[in-house]
Design a protein around this ligand. Sequence first.
Ligand code: DUC
Ligand code: ZN
Ligand code: ZN
Length: 527
Amino acid sequence: MLSKFDLVVVNGLVVTASDISSFDIGIKDGKIHTLAPSFSSEDIGDAQVIDAEGAMVMPGGIDAHVHLCQDQKTDIGGGKCADNFETGSRSAVCGGTTTMVTFATQTRVEEDRSLLKVVEAYDARAQATGSYIDYAFHIIIVRDDKDVLEEELPVLVEKWGITSCKVFMTYETMRLQDYQLLDVMLAALKNSITTMIHAENGDMIEWLTQKLESKGMMAPYFHALSRPPSVEGEAANRAIVLAELIENPILFVHVGSSASANVIRAAQTRGLPVFAETCPQYLNLTWEDLKRFHSPTCFENSKMICSPPPSPDSSDQDALYIGLHNGTFTIFSSDHCPFKYDDPHGKMVGILDHEPSAATDGVPLTELAHKKVGRFSLIPNGIPGVETRLPLLFTRGVSTGRITPQKFVELTATNPAKLYGLYPRKGAILPGSDADLVIWHPEGALTSFKLTNEHLHHNVDYTPYEGMEFGNWPRYTICRGKVMWANDVLLGKPRDGQYLKRGPNQLGKGVAHFKKDPRRVAAWVHE
Ligand code: DUC
Ligand code: ZN
Ligand code: ZN
């Protein structure tokens, strides 16, 4: 019998950011068509059927912080991004993510002055391989050329639907000074662009790095010591003060410490449009993990280097969990920033650039690295995690009762969609929304297992979560009505994903702009 649906998901416990209830879902032409307590056999007819067997059915994950095709050029060295759009999105979909937002990056070289050209070149890289899942771009801005900001930001919004920019307060080759941050924030506000901030105090990091290196403290672990929580807390506080002048929305990316979470919460309490993101590495790794491999000084610990570093200890992790629970954190993203370990353009840069003579022909790199310490300041910053983001938070957050399933959906799908102008097309299970779903295993049906890198689908030769116990994993991932991942089998294709133009931030402008004081900077500076 002909069905009015292409696909139905039956016997599911449908979880949204607000509710949990038993519904069957009918999907037609890639969209959610009908939610009903129970479909009859006539409703189902010849449609494809997925029986959720009582498991949770959620909006597909939106990972709003993913680095793909983005080589890293830091102050001294750099690294080659291990994932392109094909491999990164493949990994994402196998972990329940159906939409990702990646970064087109301006640099200080003259040919990257034009943001439009940067985006066009980045788009070509995405198109070269295609993506399994839908994707959009943020733009990273590392200079404050007035003409570019004035002329090109409106085009980025209109033509490309890019409504968020990222700025850095650290890295000599990328950071903006305070007056430049103000320039970008004001230009962003005028174009309804949300400013994402990498908040670390670059001067403190440089000073601490020099001090550590002068004492021979160069092993990967010392990367964390070069970035104690006050580095992040100070920068977050300063960025809030700058943003408060202008009253523009800001989002702190990859918040890793309670020092930063506390100043963010205080600003939110004052009604400012301040949003925040944290990531799996800050809930699941600590500074101790930077000593995990072999010996405290072993170079292999470079596998754990990211910026900001993992949380100092479990008390910071507890504080971050509270921040997830109480709304300090708006979104939970992976900050998937993949570098291979056993690769001359990956983490090994921290050995090879430090001791160029070590690069002897024919000697395998891991052998070169054996018993070496390397130099943390040269190691590419970043770890992979696009595939493990949802399963980690589900296992350690939802299954333990630390966060509710609704909060999980809010943080991983609904809020990213609202913050980055994709709602309700994405991040919702509503008639008319894209049929992007993640379906978990029924409670207790999956025997918990220890993760190994072989489980994963990225192009990286390690995972920081090797050996961790997982109690659940996405059983099905559906993108715009197509079953992409089912029972550990990848069914999608690298050209299934589409580019998404986004609208403005839908999470509001805060309440500060209702203040009437004419002496406020925002009362005259926006003209
Ligand atoms: N910032 C990121 O967002 N990712 C990795 C490294 C960095 O500095
Ligand atoms: Zn960053
Ligand atoms: Zn990042």
